[in-house]
Design a binder for this molecule. Structure first.
Ligand code: SF4
Length: 376
């Protein structure tokens, strides 16, 4: 257990760092309170009410029932999402409104509504943008045909594709140039999958969604093969699928493990650490957010059979919470911290609340903004 002085120094250091990042314009959210923190490898020492740091907040004994809220960390915004939102904000600042955004910039309703209020107009296809419009492509990436269309129509565009998605696009192109047939592990219809498949000609990429798909896959005879993956998949499910591909096609090329990004991996590790200790787990995120949906699945597999996705505090089923003593809370990579704060406040109104935060790792990833937005 960490001593109080040491804890205070760590919180202060962390807040100083945050203030510095905010001053540089890389942080758009502000923590509304200091939260207790638990440092250390959760795999070696998972948090319990005994050894995690506990701070009583808003104690109101005798009136409200006690409840512990166990926060998973990391949670919420990743570097790719912060960058994509910042691109829209800066584009509005620099060019004025309207700014058209092709597809939800990130899969979160409150983020989209916030940007709409600033003057962003969300469209699904480029032809919804008028001649001469300024358009931004979402963090999920787009097929090659989209920027080609934009050029043909002489639209000004900015690409908010996460650099970790772009990295997978580059891998796909490299394998294709080497004459390999590509197997993409991902979810049909997800914008990232559509964007990745759209980097190459029709038929160059075969999609595999499950172990069963991998078992029955029939690639062209004697084809050299390579695999790539969507960035927001379940780490464990993807490992099972990749194991089947490697067993069936021993010379298949691929990344060291998979292309699942650091943010997806860390949020899944964090929710795994808290799930066995919680009677109920909430994941804040929108229904169309792949990484949020995966967090719910991972929590269930890790022992929280009662894990649910909620859009925000209004979606909490308080009848279910009434039976719980420890509730786990996380947020998908596209969910802002303000929604976490609102959930904590909603709990504090109803319970004598203890908040614990379980940190499995620290993140310090930042991505560069497009040059057009940072130069005069
Ligand atoms: S979840 Fe990962 S791939 Fe997606 S935007 Fe965030 S960092 Fe990029």
């Amino acid at each position: 257990m960490i001593g109080t002085q040491k804890l205070k120094r760590r919180i202060e250091k962390s807040n100083q760092k945050r203030r510095l990042r905010k001053a540089r314009g890389t942080v758009t959210k502000q923590r509304t309170e200091e939260k207790p923190r638990y440092y250390g490898p959760m795999s070696a020492k998972p948090p319990t009410t005994m050894d995690a740091i506990q701070v009583k907040q808003g104690s109101d004994p005798g009136k409200k029932p006690p409840l512990t809220l166990l926060l998973a960390a990391p949670r919420g915004f990743c570097a790719g999402v912060e960058r994509a939102i910042r691109i829209v904000e800066l584009a509005i600042e620099k060019y004025g409104t309207p700014i058209y955004v092709r597809h939800e910039i990130v899969h979160n309703r409150s983020v989209v509504e916030g940007l709409e209020k600033l003057g962003a107009i969300f469209i699904e296809e480029l032809d919804e943008a008028p001649e001469g419009a300024r358009v931004i492509f979402s963090a999920h990436g787009v097929p090659k045909s989209v920027p080609q269309d934009a050029k043909r129509r002489q639209l000004f565009y900015l690409d908010a594709t996460c650099p970790l998605v772009s990295k997978v696009h580059v891998e796909a192109e490299r394998h294709h140039s080497a004459g390999r047939t590509i197997i993409l592990v991902g979810h049909a219809g997800h914008p990232e999958v559509i964007g990745t498949m759209g980097q190459l000609p029709d038929g160059a990429v075969m999609l595999v969604e499950s172990v069963a798909d991998a078992e029955r896959l029939k690639p062209p005879e004697n084809a050299a093969l390579a695999y790539i993956t969507q960035t927001t998949l379940s780490v464990d499910d993807t490992a099972d699928i990749v194991a089947v591909l490697k067993r069936r096609f021993s010379s298949i090329a691929g990344p060291h493990k998979d292309d699942i990004c650091y943010a997806t991996t860390n949020r899944q590790e964090a929710i795994k650490a808290i799930a066995p200790h919680a009677d109920l787990v909430f994941v804040i995120g929108s229904a169309n957010s792949s990484n949020s949906q995966r967090l719910v699945e991972v929590a269930r597999k890790a022992g929280a059979s009662n894990a649910r996705l909620i859009e925000n505090a209004d979606a909490i089923d308080w009848t279910a919470v009434a039976r719980a003593r420890i509730v786990g809370l996380s947020a998908g990579a596209s969910a802002p911290e303000v929604l976490v704060d609102e959930v904590i406040d909603a709990f504090r109104k109803r319970f004598d609340l203890t908040v614990e935060e379980a940190i499995v790792t620290r993140e310090d990833v930042e991505f560069k903004l497009p040059r057009a937005l940072v130069t005069g």
